[in-house]
Ligand binder design. Sequence first.
Ligand SMILES: Cc1ncc(COP(=O)(O)O)c(C=O)c1O
Length: 484
Amino acid sequence: MNKSLDFPSSEFKQILDKATDIILGKYDLVDEQKGYNNYAQDEVARWFDEPLPFEGGDVIKLLDEVKQKVIDPATGNMGPNMYAYVMTGGNQISTIADLIATTINQNVAKWHLAPSMTEIEKRVVKWTTEMINYTNDAGGAMVSGGSEANLASLTVARNVFFRNNNVNKNGLFGMKPFLIYCSKETHNCIDKSVGLLGIGTNNMRRIETNRDFTINIAKLEEQIKSDVINGFTPFCIIGNAGSVNTGAIDDLDSLSEISKKYNVWFHVDGAYGGLASSLPSLKHQYKGIEKADSVALDFHKWLYQPFEIGCFLVKNWALLKETYFNKADYLDSDINVISPRLEINEHYFQLSRNAKAFKIWMSIKAYGFALFQQMMQKDIALSAYLSKVIKESDDFEIKSDSDLAIVCFRYIGTFTTEEEIININKKLIPALELDGSIFITGTKLNGEFVIRACLINHRKQKESIHHLLDTIRHVAKTLKGTLN
Ligand SMILES: Cc1ncc(COP(=O)(O)O)c(C=O)c1O
């Protein structure tokens, strides 16, 4: 019978050394990493097709297996050839932070379960408010990502609305639907949240956008006025601080004014672009974010953190406890009476929580926030460069420019008809996935299919941009015979 699961220290060191060597090997090749490794689904399933192992095996051999089946075939998020969705590549300090955090296995539910980690999370929330120039005493917590940050914020908004309308006593009976307003470019996690919160997606007003994909303020106000006349109650306005398709930054200042005028909650989805508000060159475009009642942010995007970590901020700390606190005898600690300990479980839905803030804390202290800002600025400059190269070329056309780091475009080649261009662009995406040199996906803008390049990755350089376009040209040529 083993005494515990632990290895003798010398053996554990060998295992750690082996893991370290494998990780260093991954970094050695990071710049050459393909965007995607095109293995068939059934082949990948076969690698892992085995019955429950009752007996343990040699861990050094296991690490070789991990390298072969998990690390080598991994999708190229780390490297410069990833343009699909919004993937960053993580950073080395956060890798170490996660290792330390999982080693000491703190549960950031209650202060006495994780004293340092709780204070670190509080500090990271404070630093975040400094980054985006938000109220310094705002409440907030680390969550899994942008989707959860939006859900967590909207839950608070809904509960405040319920409280103000005495829903606990009256229920929702006899009440006309309460409405949420956002642009047509808003991320689908808002639809999911609105569904989960019982508000109902039919009660979302998705407002038309301007040519630059920002919300049309005049149309928004028109819609609110008409809804009020028809007896509906506006409840929340959501602004995009960087929309998912094009990185559009809504006129947050006007949205905050309208929210004030109609006495509704103002939420900002800054999951994609919120942190870029810390850049002196862009600050003015985010005017109004500081007036939001809540903000959703995503650190596994523009803080180059490994998954998962997002953060939500709520201007009024007290509303977190009002929304999320639920008394339980087994969680009470009388010590709170004499000690102002922060019990995060009383301010958020989760009870057991890992120490997500630790990797933010360590990486910011190691690199300094200014270096993160430099990397964000580099991503933005590279996106502008990609737009410029596309505009100057005669075989691509630009479809959306962004002040942030997303570029939407189409390949034109030597095609002359719209039908041919639509056809080649649709075929390009799966063909590029098959090729794998770069990984990129598409989206629709005003109903039109476009290729969408996201450039949030501190390992991209100017050469990466030329490699992206040359790869598309090359793969397009291989498709020529297949077009009809
Ligand atoms: C604007 C916006 N909101 C929300 C999300 C969802 O974030 P996550 O994938 O971290 O849940 C994204 C993701 O790309 C986004 O761009």
